[in-house]
Design a protein around this ligand. Structure first.
Ligand code: NDP
Length: 255
């Protein structure tokens, strides 16, 4: 039990990578607050966690773009659990469109959710961690597009590149408060976002798989273990960096 007596708030916790991280953290002993816009998904995950891990799980709806929603969910988690030790910013969307076709609304939505939402939660939970004086762990989910270009992903790349740099900056600012801030760079993980891209013909899984050194697509569980490491005291001297969990895609020199 690497996270016993800890409390985690996980955005995007209703499905996909965020849900897998929340389940695994609960398995390791943490109580969790799950955040997204869809209450039914949060409720289902919370029920699964309470029934299968015995930890407490709190569903809290928010649109991560709205500062008032962010404040409200953090307040709700603090009222229920008394503290937040771990923040995981996993809520996100992806946009795939040629830059000359991209509408300003698509650009804004992607930046607002992925980058602004991450900043708002870092700031709100960071303030709590600083005030409490017991340190903390912040894990932001970025992407391989923060390291190398994929045509048609300008908005997504800008948002995730921003998350990667925000992570470094906060790590430097908050090191003196014993708050470790890191990101995880997932490769291609089979989730709702990915499924939609397959339907739209953006991705062809067989072609991708042939180029992934690990020989397969990523699973949500592949990201959950590294997230537990970054949330645990095993990573107390790890801050301001990104953990690349991509089956070797970036090492292979192309994405
Ligand atoms: P999913 O679509 O399965 O999950 C996305 C989650 O984010 C959902 O819970 C969704 O809930 C939530 N979310 C989206 N917009 C908002 C919003 N405005 N406010 C609150 N919650 C929101 O995708 P993944 O699990 O694949 O993605 C999780 C993260 O991992 C994302 O940041 C993504 O960019 C990143 N990632 C994914 C990769 C992949 O291959 N799958 C690769 C690299 C990075 P709801 O819509 O109900 O609000």
């Amino acid at each position: 039990m690497r996270l016993q007596h800890r409390v985690a708030l996980v955005t995007g916790g209703g499905r996909g990578i965020g849900a897998a991280i929340a389940r695994r953290m609960a398995d390791e002993g943490a109580d969790v607050c799950l955040v997204s816009r869809t209450f039914s998904e949060l409720e289902e995950q919370a029920r699964w966690i309470e029934e299968n891990t015995g930890r407490r799980a709190l569903p809290a709806t928010a649109d991560v773009r709205r500062p008032e929603d962010v404040r409200q969910t953090v307040r709700t988690a603090l009222e229920a659990f008394g503290k937040i030790d771990i923040l995981v910013n996993c809520a996100g969307i992806s946009v795939a469109d040629a830059s000359e076709e991209l509408s300003f609304e698509q650009w804004k939505e992607c930046l607002d959710i992925n980058l602004d939402g991450t900043f708002l939660y870092c700031q709100e939970v960071g303030r709590h961690m600083i005030e409490r004086g017991q340190g903390g762990k912040i894990i932001n989910i970025t992407s391989v597009v923060a390291h190398a270009a994929i045509p048609g992903r300008a908005a997504y790349a800008a948002s995730k590149g921003g998350v990667k740099q925000l992570t470094q900056n906060l790590a430097v600012e908050w090191g003196k408060h014993n708050i470790q801030v890191n990101s995880i760079t997932p490769g291609y993980i089979y989730t709702e976002i990915f499924r939609r891209f397959v339907e739209q013909g953006v991705h062809q899984p067989e072609k991708l798989e042939a180029r992934i050194p690990a020989g397969r697509m990523g699973r949500v569980e592949d990201i959950a273990g590294p997230a537990v490491f970054l949330a645990s005291s095993d990573s107390d001297y790890v801050t301001g960096t990104t953990l690349i969990v991509d089956g070797g895609v970036l090492a292979n020199g192309y994405i």
